[in-house]
Design a protein around this ligand. Sequence first.
Ligand code: TA6
Length: 306
Amino acid sequence: MTLPPSVQIIDHHAGYPIVEVQHREATGRVALHGGHVLEWVPAHSGPVLYMSPQALLEHGKPIRGGIPVCWPWFGPHPSDSTKPAHGFVRTMMWELDRARESASGVDLVLRIADTAESRALWPHAFEARMHIHFGIELEVGLEITNTGDSPWSSTGALHTYFIVGDSRQISIHGLHGTQYVEGRLSPDKRPQQGPVVIDQEVDRLYASDAAVIVDDPVLGRELRIEKAGSLSTVVWNPWIEKSTRLSDLPDDAYPEFVCVETCNAGEDVITLQPGESHLLFTRLCVRQLNEEAIPQPSLPEGGFFV
Ligand code: TA6
């Protein structure tokens, strides 16, 4: 494949290729492992996606940060705890199907299809494509297609990790009045009252197709998360205790990020007939709230994955 000047593929010491994008509108990186958007830095802003400094960069291991692609199930497997949490496509190798450059940025398409390995975990034929636009906004679409001869159902998420100045000081707007369950598994639904704040572990599955805004007073910016093809939104921060249980996350990292996830999860199951497709789409935008220079986060020298 001929790559445009703004795109290159590096063989990374993790043992899998990483697609690097350098465009005047944005820079970014995507690992072919998991179809995983690792970094996005829009022009005139700092990096937006959080990456744990202890993230595992090994074949078959999920990467703690960026945008994990959770599919064909969200969370623990519904009936078999021996199967990987959040499905298997985030730990399998995708291929780069297309790379194009325009004045507004770079468009990548990554692809994966069923294999003997995937069918051992989930006995269905599928094709999945990740449509990624790196520009002043980041657009990510997970397109799934039933390439088999019988219907199947799935849940999934674009499990986005956002850098924030201090998760204890942010407020998340757009979910007021929507029903949610805490911890995904508890039966009791309750209505969200006002903005979501992080003052304990938050692991909430909201029944919502609405856009969400993260107001970050410390970094003086708003993160706007728009979406389509998504009936659920998850908000997650591990807080103190769970952070200490995650070996690929520093114990004191919980103030540095929040996950706002574009999903179809819980009762929001997508069922596709043979030949049908579904697109789970999110668009991320950053707005600086004030002119005075507030120190923005910066990438380590060379990026998170040097
Ligand atoms: O999206 C929230 C969640 O389901 C949490 O329960 C937590 O487990 C998080 O995902 C991270 O999951 P992972 O398998 O990537 O450690």
